[in-house]
Design a protein around this ligand. Structure first.
Ligand code: GLP
Length: 247
């Protein structure tokens, strides 16, 4: 596992964006696994800048997002589908239909999960998978405990997560949907390369647990240590506790 500690969050975002851009340039038909959240907004902004500067072509890229809230249609500003349009898809030349997000309003959610897994396989599997980390240690929406061989499925969101994500819902955790669709930990571990990005003091404790704590299904992010191509990108504050505790 490679751990990069950047001096500033801006440098951490730049590093992640550069890795994604390299993946896109280095592959004939790149398949990206994408994530949402405040951290990722900054990374997408840098990718959009590269596209606008004429140095990054998304026309051959396919992407699969990690997760989506159950019950929110793509028109809902809080849906991850809407997020992806707003922060990336509408600004780059990725053909419509190549940016996949699980359908949180599918009539049959189980069938939607199976369809999503099949679509990833048909695309040739995930190349670089971008990951954030939640306060519960989730990657995607794999709340504790999540089996390391879990696949795309419906999950109940932890109260901690509903509180963490309530900023987009008028600061009211009750308005955050109770359920979500998420790629499983097993789905994520099958990506060829994992890039986890965490910045800010609020992430320091969970980053330490993810990197120094016992590998356990009680902290989904510890699963990344089982993968043989992982880069963790942190800023100094997010790295502080991990750095102090590491042997
Ligand atoms: C949501 C997403 C996660 C992401 C997390 C972190 O919960 N489902 O995939 O890692 O947000 O978000 P932020 O970057 O806003 O801290």
């Amino acid at each position: 596992m490679k751990i990069i500690v950047a001096d500033t969050s801006g440098q951490a975002f730049q590093h992640a964006a550069d890795m994604i851009a390299e993946e896109i340039r280095g592959s004939q038909a790149p398949v990206l696994g994408l994530a949402t959240g405040r951290t990722m907004e900054n990374i997408y902004q840098l990718l959009v800048q590269q596209h606008e500067a004429g140095t990054l072509d998304f026309s051959g890229t396919t992407s699969f997002n990690l997760d989506e809230y159950v019950g929110l249609p793509p028109t809902d500003p809080n849906s991850y589908s809407h997020y992806m349009q707003e922060h990336l898809f509408s600004h780059v030349n990725m053909p419509a239909g190549q940016g996949h997000v699980p359908n949180g309003v599918a009539v049959d959610l189980e069938a939607e999960c199976a369809r999503y897994e099949a679509a990833i396989r048909t695309a040739g599997g995930l190349g670089l998978q971008l990951l954030g980390i939640g306060e519960t240690g989730h990657i995607g929406f794999n709340e504790p405990p999540s089996a390391f061989d879990s696949r795309t499925r419906v999950v109940h969101l932890d109260d901690v997560t509903r509180r963490q994500n309530s900023g987009m819902f008028g600061d009211d955790p009750e308005r955050v949907p109770e359920r979500a669709l998420t790629m499983g930990v097993g789905t994520i571990l099958e990506a060829r390369r994992l890039v986890l990005v965490a910045v800010g003091e609020g992430k320091a404790a969970i980053v330490d647990e993810a990197l120094n704590g016992p590998i356990s299904e009680a902290v989904s992010a510890t699963a990344i240590r089982l993968h043989d191509d992982v880069t963790v990108i942190l800023d100094e504050v997010a790295a502080r506790i991990w750095h102090r505790n590491k042997e």
